[in-house]
Design a binder for this molecule. Structure first.
Ligand SMILES: CC(C)(COP(=O)(O)OP(=O)(O)OC[C@H]1O[C@@H](n2cnc3c(N)ncnc32)[C@H](O)[C@@H]1OP(=O)(O)O)[C@@H](O)C(=O)NCCC(=O)NCCS
Length: 201
């Protein structure tokens, strides 16, 4: 009963989510993003540690169309958002948020930055924007990210923001032809609030 009430708390159309940071806009993925999105989603280096594989142009188009029908706040469903460079208007990556099926006060996140735009601080800026949105606007209690243990870029990113390493799962996932191991990182709202004095916020 409690879960049912939580699950019915809110639903926001993907088009109605807009998060702005200094340089970036996190907003709906649009069909006009197709070629920028496909450029990095078709790169095997970018998808190497991710749960999805490289996409053809038509798969990319179907993905964007299907995503535009989704709603933020539906437990158990990943919803993807574009990351736009506000100065150029160009899509430089995307991020995803999923609220847990058993309790929608817990969110899981993921992020991808185009191979042409990495190491410019964009992922960090995006995640800080998402954390602020989830903790202050959406009343989320806990944010989780699960990463491949070989994904050093992602591990550095999470550590640099202050995510806590909670778990190390050994060969827990059969992934792209072999068994892979994963780390679970998490951040609680109270931990995020305690660290508010840190300059990057
Ligand atoms: C992980 C990823 C999102 C990082 O994006 P990015 O925009 O390059 O990261 P940033 O520039 O914001 O860097 C954030 C921190 O991570 C560190 N970092 C980034 N790439 C790194 C790398 N390849 N090796 C080591 N550290 C790295 C940066 O030094 C920075 O730390 P600092 O603030 O302490 O200096 C990007 O590499 C990516 O999209 N990878 C492919 C997709 C993927 O695997 N996503 C994660 C799975 S959900």
């Amino acid at each position: 009963m409690l879960n049912l009430i939580i699950k019915q708390q809110f639903r926001i159309a993907v088009q109605d989510i807009l998060i702005k940071t200094n340089r970036l806009k996190i907003r709906e993925l649009k069909i006009s993003d197709l070629s920028d999105f496909h450029l990095y989603r078709s790169n095997p280096e970018v998808t190497k540690y991710q749960g999805f594989d490289v996409m053809t142009m038509s798969e990319t188009e179907d993905f964007i169309n299907c995503n535009s029908l989704k709603q933020f706040g539906k437990p158990g469903e990943w919803v993807q958002y574009g990351i736009e460079n506000m100065e150029t208007g160009q899509l430089i990556g995307d991020c995803a948020i999923k609220l847990a099926l058993h309790d929608s006060r817990i969110a899981e996140i993921g992020i991808t930055i185009s191979h042409l735009e990495q190491k410019k601080g964009y992922a960090k800026e995006t995640l800080l924007g998402i954390l602020k949105f989830l903790f202050t606007k959406m009343d989320i209690h806990r944010v989780v990210e699960i990463v491949d243990t070989e994904n050093t870029a992602s591990i550095s990113l999470l550590k640099s923001i202050g995510f806590r390493l909670e778990g190390h799962f050994i060969e827990n996932i059969f992934f792209k032809g072999k068994w892979g191991s994963e780390f679970q990182f998490a951040m609680l709202r109270r931990h995020w609030e305690e660290c508010k004095t840190i300059s990057y916020r």
